[in-house]
Design a protein around this ligand. Structure first.
Ligand code: FES
Length: 194
């Protein structure tokens, strides 16, 4: 599976109008959604460094909590409330990363990333779960279930901590699948994963 793209959250955990802080390999990111579209940016306002994940979404733009600078979907600053008549220089923009959604997940890509890996067409998100380990086997670990299949994706938060993201292909009892994911967590934390 291509390593150009990393899954960092379940799509349903970032509904419209919401910001969410995520750590990937020690880097602080903000995921936010406006007008239906998900964005992944560095979690840092270009003005004074405030965390953008503490901001709020209005009219498809992300507003910094500190001085209210407003960033549009392209990541450019579009409004500075203290200078309402100013045409904001195009160089003022948040640091945005390639972002896409597929398989019920939000993915962040490297610059110039290729195509996303092949994913099941229809999935149901189950849950994201933190695991105290340095990594698990390849993306897309699968476990067959009655009537469906669990796919487990993951991203490394920092050394010693990984976040699993589970989605179901087909149908399965969500509570049973959540229990299976907890089992997988225990296996990795106790170092007995197959
Ligand atoms: S720090 Fe974000 S607007 Fe000032």
């Amino acid at each position: 599976m291509s390593s150009d793209w990393t899954p960092i959250a379940l799509s349903r955990d970032v509904p419209d109008g919401v910001t969410r802080a995520v750590c990937l390999e020690g880097s602080e990111l903000v995921i936010w959604r406006g007008a239906g579209e998900a964005h992944v940016w560095e979690d840092r306002c270009p003005h004074r460094g405030m965390r953008l994940s503490l901001g709020f979404v209005r009219d498809g733009a992300l507003n910094c909590l500190y001085h209210g600078w407003q960033y549009g979907a392209s990541s450019s600053c579009v409004r500075i409330p203290a200078h309402p008549d100013l045409t904001v220089p195009p160089t003022i923009k948040a640091n945005a990363y390639p972002t896409c959604e597929a398989g019920g997940l939000i993915w962040v890509g490297k610059e110039g990333a290729g195509a996303l890996p092949a994913l099941p067409a229809t999935t149901t998100p189950v849950l994201s779960l933190a695991v105290a380990t340095d990594g698990i086997e390849a993306q897309g670990l699968m476990r067959d279930l009655d009537g469906g299949r669990l796919h487990v994706f993951w991203h490394r938060v920092r050394p010693g901590k990984v976040m699993l993201h589970g989605v179901i292909e087909g149908s399965a009892d969500v509570s049973r699948v959540a229990a299976l994911m907890r089992q997988i967590r225990t296996q990795y934390e106790e170092g007995v994963a197959a």
